[in-house]
Design a protein around this ligand. Sequence first.
Ligand code: HEM
Length: 453
Amino acid sequence: MARRKTARDTIKDVADLAEYHETAACLDELIRKDGAGSWPPRANHEHSTWPAALRPYKEIYYEMAPLLPAAEVSLDDELNKQRIAQFRSRFDQLLRERVSLREVTQLLEAADAGRWDVFPRDVYNAFYSCIAWCRHAYRWGTIPAVKVAQLERTVSFPAQLTAPWASLQAHFGLTSDAGNMTANLVLNFCSSSGPGHEEEKYVYRINTGLPPEEGKRNAAPKSEEAFARVAREMERLAVPVYGDVVRAIVAFAQGDGAACLAHVRAVAAQLRPALGSYYERVHDGTIARAVWLSRVQGFYAWGLRSSQGCEKDAGSGDGECHETVDGLSGNQVLLFQVLDAFLGLEPYLPREVLERNVPRLQREFCAAVGRHAFRHRLGKEGVEGRIRDELAETVKRLRLFRSAHRSRAKVYLTVPAPERLPMTAGKSLLKADMEQSMQFLDQFMLGRLQQTV
Ligand code: HEM
């Protein structure tokens, strides 16, 4: 009986194809570099293996994380302001006392110079996730995110959180001040070395240190972890999909219709478990509706003015940028961008948003897939007709996801959260009331559903 291919087999196949086709070369580069040799990307969160200069960040995380969630949600602006100020002031103090920015900068410069022997890639990835957590925690100062923090347009971050972030973002080819799906979720797991992927440990937490009874009652810690696992698990189950997308393209380029058909069929088949990572978790039984909006989603939002210059508003009078930076959204998940490109659909996100939130090597892989997408070049007869039919199956599964996501998202977003103004992590502050905001958001999802043909 033929042995089922493992992710490792797929990664090796892709490496073998790299010199023959640019889609394979791009995927191989993504895995070797950003993935630290594997996919989902490896992240080494083992504290004792980190260079000494970086360890204080992790230690500070352990001290600050329990101070972030408020056991009781407060509607009192003054009290919330105080909470935020105290959190930030303690964070500032610890960073100033314990972090040597000079040594951290030296390490980051070593990585930029390709010295992965002094700063291994898997540690680099874990550090990226750590700084992303620190920045989001500092931005909000208390969880649930509250109105006074939502209304801030700028926040002055300590140098220990800005300089490394700028360097890490430049390395991954992103421009956002905010974190992203890769930094905050996909890399927020200790990579497992064996086949027991479900054992991967979730690391940087939002809802930690709550009194045990409170933690149990509001289900926030479990819901938060289950939500994070969707992104990690989806990337793991997407590896064979990426492999077959590449092999279908290569087979088509070689004129091997039968092989192309087999790989296209495999894409549709493997999509079922990959999307299952969403279907099985994104419901009230696993990610509790009662806590997700307040205690999970708020952390991943951003909603501050860009600290970078922005051309858009350059002529607005004061020469300042007024563009608001958004935080994380499922729209940054690689699998959907690859599928859209493979099916010959336009990218969902505009170029400037992609460049802000999606790592460069992920963008380049999708762009290469898009350049070689063949669905619209297929004839209707013979093997090409059959390939067409198989691709239609993938379109069908994607439409089903988009339709299900539209209703599930609404269920989560319409839970009352009186401590805050309507906001999503992916689109920042919205209209004054949730009903209008929901209409605005629904347009994005409906539009995408209608384009998925
Ligand atoms: C309950 C949690 C979630 C809610 C409330 C939610 C809500 C939304 C909203 C309002 C949009 C449209 C605006 C935008 O582009 O940001 C969106 C887009 C999107 N979301 Fe989510 N989302 C959730 C979780 C997820 C997860 C876990 C995934 C996949 C891992 C995901 C995948 C996507 C994708 C791919 C898009 C882009 C539109 C498309 O391709 O259909 N979302 N989501």
